[in-house]
Design a protein around this ligand. Structure first.
Ligand code: DAH
Length: 356
């Protein structure tokens, strides 16, 4: 190759490198390109070894031509390297600016809530979505609200249905959450939608299915055109939501002094899927939701006009339902303070409370 041809060859190599540079995306690739061109065996680098093929008088000039080309290529590569490094630095600066070290850290959730609380929260969320408010009433209740206002006068045999803790101040530990119905009517008037979750107390002999302290959720909806189908639809929604699966319900007549008609809504037993087991006493059904249309006497006690308004009420056995949901067979574990059976029952649920 004469000097002229050599010049052409070098020009081609240089043009090829310059054309390639914009698509080199990072410093590692750039190093590879550099090696392919300037390295000992690279396109330009290898030309050095051809110097000795030229007549001695030309060798100096050949060397200069090659080295000048190498210098230009090196400068082009360095330019690209600087651009790539600047882009990386910019990206790092942007990432650093996006990290705000003053934000509070992520709190690892740990622990769990009591099964009864978990079910209660779920019910509260559902009813809040349906426009109900969550009310609380006193656990130490006046006899009037626990009984008389609910259409249970002193001589009524229904008083015997609920064994009562009487206190020395003539109050009672409420035997049910129903007294909150009348308190809420007096507080807000009609129309009204409330639920009242809470603890109730009965003078019971404790065994696997009876406790002196348990939880209910009272529900009350009063408006101008409330009927039993509204109640049944709501009951079905409620039970499905709590159990987090579809459930069957059936409706039977029941008696409670504060409703007329009174109903019992049963759910198909979730332990045996309705086949029959000791929990459902082989019937396949579990009583979960006593309810009915609010008795006019109760509306009157709440100063609501029974000619204008009607309503339904229910008293959900919250403790019962939590036991069903989590497969807890013995009510005593719920108040025992022994966490092991509860943790075992809830283990599939994962942590629900954040540590503080
Ligand atoms: N308070 C009743 C109980 O503890 C349950 C109940 C039944 C509540 C019917 C209601 C209802 O609101 O309508 O046995």
């Amino acid at each position: 190759m004469d000097i002229e041809q050599l010049g052409q060859r070098i020009a081609e190599i240089e043009a090829a490198v310059v054309a390639r540079l914009p698509s080199v995306a990072n410093v590692d690739d750039l190093r590879r390109v550099e090696n392919e061109v300037l390295g000992k065996e690279g396109a330009l680098g290898a030309l050095i070894t051809t110097i000795k093929e030229y007549p001695p008088a030309q060798r100096g000039q050949v060397g200069q031509v090659i080295n000048a080309a190498k210098g230009r290529v090196k400068a082009a590569l360095d330019g690209r390297r600087a651009a790539l490094e600047a882009a990386v630095a910019d990206a790092e600066a942007a990432a650093a600016a996006a990290f705000d070290p003053t934000l509070p850290g992520y709190v690892e959730p740990m622990g769990s809530v009591h099964p009864v609380t978990a079910v209660q929260w779920r019910i509260e969320r559902l009813f809040e979505r349906l426009g109900f408010t969550v009310e609380a009433g006193p656990e130490m209740e006046e006899e009037y609200y626990n009984f008389e206002a609910l259409n249970i006068p002193a001589t009524h045999p229904a008083r015997d249905m609920q064994d009562t803790f009487w206190l020395t101040n003539r109050k009672v530990l409420r035997t049910q959450t129903s007294p909150v119905q009348v308190r809420a009517m007096l507080k807000y008037g009609a129309p009204l939608r409330i639920i009242a979750p809470g603890r109730c107390f009965r003078y019971e002999t404790i065994d696997a299915s009876h406790e002196n302290t348990f939880h209910q959720v009272e529900g009350l909806m009063i408006d101008r055109e409330i009927s039993i189908p509204n109640l049944i639809a709501l009951a079905h929604t409620l039970l499905r939501e709590v159990m987090e699966r579809d459930v069957k319900v059936r409706v039977r007549p029941g008696f409670f002094p504060f409703v007329e008609p009174g109903l019992e809504i049963d759910m198909n037993c979730q332990i045996c899927a309705g086949k029959g087991c000791p929990t459902c006493k082989q019937s396949g059904w579990i009583e979960v939701l006593p309810c009915g249309m609010v008795h006019p006497n109760v509306l009157l006690a709440g100063k609501v006009d029974p000619h204008e308004f009607s309503g339904f009420a229910f008293g959900l056995g919250l403790t019962r339902l939590a036991m069903m949901k989590y497969g807890i067979g013995d009510i005593r574990v719920l108040n025992s303070g022994d966490l092991r059976p509860i943790v075992a029952a809830r283990r599939l649920e994962g942590p629900v409370v954040a540590a503080v």
